[in-house]
Design a binder for this molecule. Sequence first.
Ligand SMILES: Cc1cc2nc3c(=O)[nH]c(=O)nc-3n(C[C@H](O)[C@H](O)[C@H](O)COP(=O)(O)OP(=O)(O)OC[C@H]3O[C@@H](n4cnc5c(N)ncnc54)[C@H](O)[C@@H]3O)c2cc1C
Length: 416
Amino acid sequence: MIVERYGFPGGTSTQMLDTFYGFFTPGDSPRKVVGGIPDMVVNTLDASGDIFLRPNTYGAGTGVNYNPEKLKLVWDSLITSAGIQYLLHSTLVDVVQTGEENICIIWNKGGFYKIIARRVIDASGDADFCHLAGFAYETAGEKEPAQSMTTTFRMSNVDLAQYEKAGGKKMLMQKMNDAVATATHPLPRKEGSAHEMNATKCISTVAVKVSGYNALKANELTKAELEGRQQAFIFEKFFKDEVPGYQDANIIGLSHQIGVRETRRVYGMYRLTKEDCMNALIPGDNIFLCGAPIEDHRMGKDGESETVWQYVPGNGVYGVPYGTIVPAAGETVWVVGRCFSATHDAHASCRSMAQTMSMGQAAGLATVLSLYHDCSASSVDIKMLQQQLLVIGAVLEMPVAVADTSRNGWKNNSPT
Ligand SMILES: Cc1cc2nc3c(=O)[nH]c(=O)nc-3n(C[C@H](O)[C@H](O)[C@H](O)COP(=O)(O)OP(=O)(O)OC[C@H]3O[C@@H](n4cnc5c(N)ncnc54)[C@H](O)[C@@H]3O)c2cc1C
């Protein structure tokens, strides 16, 4: 059964974004390092003409741009075709653990209901299940500054040809710097992504930066939402006034909610560290690969916003151990996505969507193995799990072949 608090699945992927990062390593010789169910998702979008690759050797590497509204349909059909019970508009509000059973209390408009689950995968982003079950975790901001939050927005009627002719991204960055230096527009940030979408003349923007609020406290999250919306319209005015190609453009959509990068990170059987990432280690109990850099959006010491980048040496990859998705305290529970077991730095590298999807597929298979063999999460046979992952197309070793990251290159990398 899947329980989701909103009216559609996909979390951040459909609430606010349009680009999967983490499929490809950055650099001049990119490799495709993720496969399996994430490929199936992209292949389905590709079949209806709803993706293109956005080649990029810097930043997080080449992105897979998708149509987020179509992605909602893809998630729906993956869930329903697998025969999974699917409950939207339902929120997990309490947990009672008794022996092998996890009693999950959910709330929806009909009232409170109990789901008795033999196994649970906590994919709530905020580790709500683990929190309610009393498992140990680190809260963002406890040891290192928490990553900032972002309201994303989409603008229509952008003249891209005019924008590119005027200098494209380089020109945009210069205009942002000028606007801040001359105080013509109170931009919170002098960088960010404003990129072409899968819809004509539309641009998706990840530039808003809201810091200093705790996303686990509703009163603070309320303030963050208000600030995020205000910043979005400050950016709209800046684009219209200053950036060639945007004079007739307008915001046509804000993200469903403000984007939250990190809150709780559960302590697992293993905790991924910055050293694991920067030493490019591929351990024997690896369940997926990551070549994405540490990308830490935060408030700098001088009060200025900054994004700190640190790359895996040699444009390489590291492998992520199974223990990062198994909470230390939970024998019948897995934790995936942005609340998995990692330090702040390691999380800032491993939170891209190709990687969070990879955690999900590993946890799904591990759950099946644990039920089939009647064993706990910590005693799942990792070799068997790896074999099953390889059967569905997951990538556990650095590929030799350089990937085709041209705009229409997806098909050349990813056989169905
Ligand atoms: C602003 C921003 C920009 C980013 N840009 C990129 C990018 O361009 N490319 C990229 O690859 N990655 C990007 N990332 C990172 C990436 O998107 C996230 O790390 C990843 O999507 C997190 O996925 P998740 O499934 O762990 O959590 P979420 O996406 O937060 O999903 C959690 C799901 O659980 C539901 N839920 C939560 N609590 C409950 C509850 N109690 N009961 C029921 N349902 C609940 C939520 O509604 C949601 O559907 C970005 C992140 C942010 C915030």
